[in-house]
Design a protein around this ligand. Structure first.
Ligand code: PRX
Length: 649
């Protein structure tokens, strides 16, 4: 049994769930009255324009509806309702790559959001339900634009700034977006980089739905301008009124789409609701992060990912907190950047990905000791498994063995945390997500719903609906059902399967063991092997390809591609990898480049033509092959590939 760690109790005063007794009491309360308990929280936390008359409607399961009849508005919940008591409190503290700073109080944020919302409504004719694609750097305007959409009921779809023109185009077309909001570019590691040219390229084909491209000036580099389509944000903003009524939104009206990778096909547009999503975003801020009125909360994610949506923008602002937005990277100008910012802004909660923790650990073991980090209370990690060594460094060196480490397990589809320590209450274990949050019925089960025995790997499922869950896949309800409710059942009823494997220990603590499907997690970025393979197959000399994850010291997982050439007349390996990476950069973006490739004569296929990826995964890890290879079309291919891959070291 691994050791339990207890953060310094004195750091946690007046917390909503202060200890394990309260945790267990709350879990029991949900057990006893599931809907009643959710109703209590929804009434207490959300400023309803009209109260809901039904808590949970399961009549069209798995298309669950929460808080039907209720009317509210997420921007009102995040900003307007705070103005009576917090108008001069910092809502967003921004630090640019070059160290430039900007603070927006709640009143200033309200003004910017209202002006932007009026611009979208009055200048571009955006109305409730229209889709707006946001392709932006990490500047306050990214949050302002998201909230402006929420204010008028437009559905935003933020596309991560590292995605290529092709990837952006696919998302614009799938959502049939009317408006694209972007910036000229921004700064990274002291240098400008560009976004607007990517938008220009994306919109060259098939994006007829787009009427306007609204461009924000950030780095002031020269950009191309399409008259009649492109408009300057700053020019139009100056003319707008400070007053904008919040659009009355039904609980289930979509708030946003966020595209994420699955094991097959194209990325899917995960659709989230208004009331259920914001309720859980706010509650997890309070429970997991122990957010208090005077805290400064810093999540280093990008707004292009769900972590940025829920824990930079919506969660912190719904909770009335101060959220830090950072444009740069943790290692520029040096590996002390984050710790210097923690000291300067007196950060109380610091939330980042294991990749960043591993990198900062490697680049500056003792760097945190140069700064006063005593303001820290909660350290968060998200997006991928963290290894015990990185966890211990985070706990001991960054947190001075006093902070809670919340290893938060969740997904784009869950909207907010589902399994996580509660900072003030849960004794923690290295690299362990610990226990399901109250109200979340996360269970490790077999396909038929029986609990997986302690210490064995099972399916990570959630057996009851929860308010912030994915509502559907945009435009493809069948795929939604099949992707999430097709694999596991409990009491004969399909239940949500996350795609992850997990294990429960003797204390009931859950450790996530990683994806069970063909999704690779590179630096916490979720990539489907199908997408990667489709990009690589565009190479004219390649007959077949299989992509698998490989262990990587910093990124957690790297990308390894097995390439079958059409003929022996193929470019040397380095040259071929370069060409493949160019294709990936064009089709997906630089986040998805291969780390290594192997040129092989064939792939291990069953007689029906299915590629046995597990064998390929074992080979790249150097593990012995335990799978039965006798069913392969050509079993001798396995030692041949082993020989080729084994030689690479
Ligand atoms: O495999 C799990 C991993 O990240 C996946 C979700 O990716 P995405 O939707 O991009 O959201 C990332 C941020 C929430 C999961 O299916 N994952 C997420 N958190 C953890 C994790 N793996 C291990 N430990 C975690 N804490």
């Amino acid at each position: 049994m691994s050791q339990l760690y207890y953060p310094n109790k004195n750091k946690f005063q007046n917390s909503p769930i202060p200890d394990m007794e309260s945790y267990r009491a709350l879990v029991a309360k949900f057990d006893k009255d599931f809907e009643g308990t959710w109703a209590e929280f929804a009434k207490e936390k959300i400023d309803w324009f009209k109260p809901f008359d039904r808590v949970l409607d399961e009549s069209e399961a798995p298309f669950y509806k929460w808080f039907s009849g209720g009317v509210m508005n997420v921007a009102h919940q995040c900003i307007d309702r705070h103005l009576a008591t917090k108008k001069n409190k910092a809502a967003i503290i921004f630090e640019g790559d070059n160290g430039d700073k900007r603070t927006l109080t709640y009143q200033e944020l309200a003004n910017e959001v209202n002006k932007t919302a009026n611009m979208f409504k009055n200048e571009f004719g955006i109305t409730k339900g229209d889709r707006v694609v946001i392709y932006m750097p990490m500047i306050p305007e990214a949050a302002i634009v998201m909230l402006a959409c929420a204010k008028i009921g437009a559905i935003h779809s933020v596309v991560f700034g590292g995605f290529s023109a092709e990837a952006l185009r696919d998302r614009v077309i799938d959502a049939q977006a009317k408006l694209v909001v972007t910036a000229d570019g921004a700064f990274r590691k002291g240098k400008p980089y560009m976004l607007k040219p990517v938008v220009d390229e994306a919109l060259k084909e098939g994006c007829d739905s787009v009427e306007k491209v609204c461009v924000i000036a950030r780095n002031n580099e020269d950009i191309n301008w399409v008259d009649g389509r492109d408009v300057s944000y700053e020019e139009l903003l100056a003319k707008q009124s400070l007053v904008c009524e919040a659009e009355p939104m039904e609980s289930e009206d979509p708030l946003f789409l966020l595209y994420t990778s699955g094991s097959t096909g194209k990325p899917k547009g995960v659709q989230h609701s208004s009331a259920g999503y914001i309720l859980w975003a706010q509650m997890t801020m309070e429970w997991v992060f122990d957010i208090k009125d005077n805290d400064t909360f810093w999540c280093t994610a990008d707004v292009g990912w769900i972590t940025g949506h829920t824990y930079i923008v919506y969660g912190p602002l719904a909770a009335g907190a101060t959220t830090v937005m950072f444009e740069g990277v943790p290692t520029y100008p040096d590996a002390g950047r984050c710790w210097r910012m923690v000291e300067e802004y007196k950060i109380n909660q610091f939330y980042t990905a294991p990749t960043a923790i591993r990198l900062l650990h490697k680049m500056g073991e003792d760097e945190p000791k140069k700064y006063d980090l005593s303001s820290l209370r909660v350290l968060g990690t998200v997006g991928e498994p963290i290894d015990p060594a990185a966890w211990k460094w985070y706990y001991e060196v960054v947190g001075n063995s006093e902070c809670s480490i919340v290893d938060t397990y969740w997904q784009t589809e869950t909207g907010g945390h589902v399994i996580s320590p509660i900072a003030a209450a849960t004794p923690i274990k290295p690299a362990c997500a610990t226990l399901p949050l109250p109200g979340i019925y996360a269970e490790v089960i077999e396909e038929d719903g029986t609990p997986t025995p302690v210490g064995e790997k099972g399916y990570m499922c959630i057996t009851k609906p929860w308010p912030s869950m994915i509502r559907t896949i945009w435009g493809d309800p069948e795929r939604f059902k099949k992707s999430y409710f097709g694999d596991c059942k409990k009491d004969g009823k399909p239940v949500y399967f996350s795609g992850d494997g997990a294990m429960v220990d003797e204390d009931g603590y859950i450790t996530i063991t990683g994806r069970t499907d063909d999704v690779i997690n590179v630096s916490g970025h979720r990539l489907g092997t199908a997408e990667l393979e489709a990009a690589i197959k565009k190479h004219p000399d390649i007959a077949a390809v299989a992509v698998v994850g490989m262990p990587h010291d910093i990124k957690g997982e790297g990308i390894f591609a097995y390439i079958v050439p059409k003929s022996e007349d193929i470019a040397p390996k380095e040259e071929l990898q370069k060409a493949i990476n160019e294709l990936i950069k064009k089709e997906i973006g630089a986040i998805a480049l291969t780390d290594e490739i192997a040129i092989v004569p064939d792939l291990p296929k069953t007689r029906s033509g299915k590629i046995m990826r597990r064998i390929l995964r074992s080979i790249v890890k150097g593990e012995p092959i335990t799978q039965d290879t006798s069913t392969l079309e050509d079993p001798s291919i396995v030692p041949t590939i082993e020989g080729i891959v084994g030689k690479r070291a």
